[in-house]
Design a protein around this ligand. Structure first.
Ligand code: ARG
Length: 480
């Protein structure tokens, strides 16, 4: 068998190099410690490239057979943990290529014809991310389903709606939950949208300028399930805006997660007491025996920081890079990988946690009654009877003052005391001032009236469809 240039990294480049890298430089420049998780995408990309090379008669049928056999064995070795990853071979691409050549000889050395690691790595990352995107879509749908099903049990459960964290108007717990469903639905839209731009093929761009070999890029794109090819070779190897878009999506999604997590923490506090989280998502204190802390929700909130940090890291990474490929781009991987990992675990755990929420409707209703949440309803009542809204607002301020003095809710004011405030206040005003009366009145599209909320629940149920088979989520093939 011929010698393998990749056996010695200094020789991998060419005879041009007269001294080996120091150990520190080797460690500093190597990415195999983290980019090995791209291995399956790397092999899939190589298989498609090799098949195309054979179809274009650039390599022979025997070469293709050898490459397939070698890559199949390598996939097995990696899966079983037997593969010997070598730091000296820098990255996932050179590791796999060196092993392939060791296994099948010259055919392995022909695989890289018309290809550069520059278009290879861009292809690998896109393939890998595409699979992760599809897994995350499942998880986003799962979280939305969990929220919708919890909401379905609470269209009549009143809680205080807040502005400025002050009691504002009564809303149903279902309505509140569906606000988060809307946020996660938009996240899913964003994800689907950026998938289209991720799913384009860089291979064929070679190092930067394209190649003189008669490659069939469309064929490779079809084989790998890409929607299109990258049109400009310089752009194909150098830009990572698909990763930026993903990091932006992930950051926005984590910000939504964080807001929900924060509310879970608040609601579980003794001061609110709106919900309880299942024990399996809480931890105790090593010193205070009475404590049950919502650690999982707090961590979901906290992990938002690292994902937003990754977005910043990637933006700064790309800023100021001249065309085309620069080694800087190797730094795209860890932020991207960690964003995916963090988001995947967080979405999964949050969906489970939401499914296990114990709701305390009495505490919610008590809190709503404490803050004169129906004051706007009394103002609406008066203006419906002809009093200009600004004047009605003033009358109701007096009513609230009176109720405050007596230490009761508006609905509990004696009817004659209420009617004494303004001649337009009739005996039917009391009903408008109950929490349910207030909620039921908000029949506008998108409002909190139970009929409206039930319609939204049906909309989301039909949009989301039934849950996927267990285990189907995020079990994509490109996970190393
Ligand atoms: N490990 C490299 C990366 O992740 C692969 C591409 C290297 N290309 C190069 N010309 N040095 O970006």
């Amino acid at each position: 068998m011929a010698t393998n240039p990749l056996d010695n990294k200094a020789q991998a480049w060419s005879a041009l190099f007269s001294e080996p890298m120091s150990e520190l430089v080797q460690r500093y420049t190597a990415s195999v410690g983290f980019d090995r998780r791209l291995w399956r995408a790397d092999i899939d990309g190589s298989l498609a490239h090799a098949e195309m090379l054979a179809a274009q008669q650039i390599i022979g049928a025997q070469d293709l057979a050898d490459i397939r056999r070698g890559l199949a064995q390598i996939a097995q070795e990696i899966e079983s943990g037997a593969f010997d990853w070598k730091l000296e071979l820098e990255d996932v691409h050179l590791n796999i290529e060196a092993r392939l050549t060791a296994l099948v000889g010259d055919a392995g050395k022909r695989l890289h014809t018309g290809r550069s690691r520059n278009d290879q790595v861009a292809t690998d990352v896109r393939l890998w991310l595409r699979t992760e995107i599809d897994g995350l879509q499942q998880l986003l749908a799962g979280l939305q389903r969990a929220l919708v099903e919890l909401a379905a049990q609470h269209t009549e459960t009143v809680m205080p709606g807040f502005t400025h964290l002050q009691v504002a108007q009564p809303v149903s717990f279902a309505h509140h939950l569906l606000a988060y469903v809307e946020m996660f639905a938009r996240d899913a839209e964003r994800l689907a949208d950026l998938r289209r731009r991720t799913n384009r093929l860089p291979l064929g761009a070679a190092a930067l300028a394209g190649t003189g070999w008669p490659l069939d890029r469309e064929r490779v794109a079809r084989m790998l399930g890409f929607d299109d090819i990258c049109r400009n070779s310089l752009d194909a190897v150098s830009d990572r805006d698909f990763a930026l878009e993903f990091a932006a999506f992930a950051s926005i999604c984590m910000v939504h997660v964080s807001r929900l997590a924060e509310e879970l923490v608040l609601w579980m506090s003794q001061a609110f007491g709106f919900i309880d989280l299942a024990d399996r998502y809480c931890t105790g204190s090593s010193i205070m025996p009475q404590k049950r802390n919502p650690d999982v929700a707090e961590l979901a909130r906290g992990k938002t920081g690292r994902v937003v940090g990754h977005l910043t890291a990637l933006l700064v990474l790309m800023k100021g890079q001249p065309l085309a490929y620069n080694k800087d781009n190797q730094e795209d991987k860890e932020p991207l990988f960690d964003s995916v990992d963090t988001l995947r675990d967080t979405l999964r755990i949050l969906a489970e946690m939401v499914g296990g929420i114990v709701v305390k409707p009495d505490a919610m209703e008590r809190a709503a009654r404490r803050g004169y949440a129906t004051a706007t309803d009394l103002a609406d009542y008066l203006s419906k009877r002809g009093l200009p809204f600004r004047d009605a607002h003033e009358v109701v301020a007096h009513a609230v003052k009176l109720a405050l003095r007596q230490g009761v809710d508006l609905a509990e004011l004696p009817p004659d005391a209420l009617q004494a405030l303004h001649p337009l206040i009739g005996a039917d005003a009391a009903e408008a001032l109950t929490l349910h009366g207030s909620m039921n009145a908000r029949q506008v599209a998108g409002g909190t009236a139970p009929a409206q909320v039930r319609a939204q629940i049906e909309y989301h149920r039909s949009r989301l469809g039934p849950a996927a088979a267990p285990g189907a989520a995020a079990a994509g093939p490109h996970r190393g």
